[in-house]
Design a protein around this ligand. Structure first.
Ligand SMILES: Cc1ncc(C[n+]2csc(CCOP(=O)(O)OP(=O)(O)O)c2C)c(N)n1
Ligand code: SF4
Length: 254
């Protein structure tokens, strides 16, 4: 097989990545491209890109793209999906984007059960702007705005926003995964496949939270960052299925 044929159809060839070595974003982009191809929805896919390191996702994914103002991804995805129900709509967002400035949009789009898929990249910091504390930052984690470590008395506790929305009746599918190990990457692909199928069947909102290394802002090597995801982040944010109401929703539709 020629190397060329191993590229997923919706992943642009011969582009040099702008992501830092060991960053999780590129892995997730590649998985999205593979699943779009496998489920045959790439031609009608529309990706809403966030303000954040993934703002340039259109450099890699060969599908239609809209750029979102910071945090507004699911509001845009809602409008696009309601106006064009034939489109397959993905909102790709970081944790600063989705769980800080975009909290209202996240909560209400999930509560409305919009037929969209959210890919939520949780790297426990604001990556693009220099590693500031995010709502997802772990207790005691040092960041540029919490140099002594996150302190619950001052800064509150790590926000489990995917668990919050998973409890909403409109959320058909929610899973938390990691891309820090080969096994985690396989599970991420399975979860993204389930989430995309949820939207294809018209069952409502689906979200996959991906615990993703940010070696640059964590001031770690790529290997140390993967270990930190497994040993520290995964203790706070347990990977696994958070809700699967697809069968219930299929019955309601029948
Ligand atoms: C309204 C607004 N406020 C602030 C910013 C600056 N800004 C750009 S990206 C970003 C943080 C992104 O962090 P995150 O969503 O966690 O994504 P990551 O870069 O880690 O992938 C911020 C604060 C902005 N672009 N717009
Ligand atoms: S700063 Fe972090 S999230 Fe951004 S590209 Fe680098 S490793 Fe990835």
């Amino acid at each position: 097989m020629k190397l060329e044929n191993q590229w997923p159809k919706y992943y642009k060839k011969n582009v040099v990545t702008h992501y830092c070595p060991g960053c999780g974003h590129g892995i997730v982009h590649r998985i999205i491209a593979e699943v779009l191809e496998e489920l045959d929805v790439g031609k009608r896919a529309l990706l809403v890109c966030p303000a954040g390191c993934a703002v340039l996702a259109y450099h890699y994914l060969d599908i239609d793209v809209i750029e979102s103002a910071h945090g507004r991804g699911t509001a845009i995805a809602t409008g696009v999906s309601r106006a064009n129900p034939d489109l397959f709509v993905i909102s790709y967002q970081g944790d600063g984007d989705l769980s800080a400035i975009g909290t209202a949009e996240t909560i209400h789009s999930a509560n409305r059960g919009e037929n969209i898929t959210v890919i939520f990249i949780n790297n426990a910091v604001y990556g693009m702007t220099g590693g500031q504390m995010a709502p997802t930052t772990l207790l005691d984690q040092g960041t540029t705005t919490s140099p002594l470590g996150r302190n619950a008395a001052l800064d509150g506790y790590p926000l489990h926003i995917t668990d919050v929305v998973a409890a909403f009746p409109g959320v058909a599918y929610a899973e938390r995964v990691t891309v820090a190990t080969p096994g985690g990457i396989k599970k991420t692909k399975k979860a993204i496949t389930n989430a995309f199928q949820t939207q294809i069947e018209g069952l409502g909102y689906s979200i996959v939270e991906v615990l993703s290394p940010c070696p640059t802002n964590w001031k770690m090597t790529p290997l140390q960052a993967c270990r930190w995801v497994v040993e520290e982040m995964s203790k706070e944010y347990k990977p696994g299925l958070l809700t699967d109401k697809r069968e219930e929703k299929r019955k309601l539709k029948a």
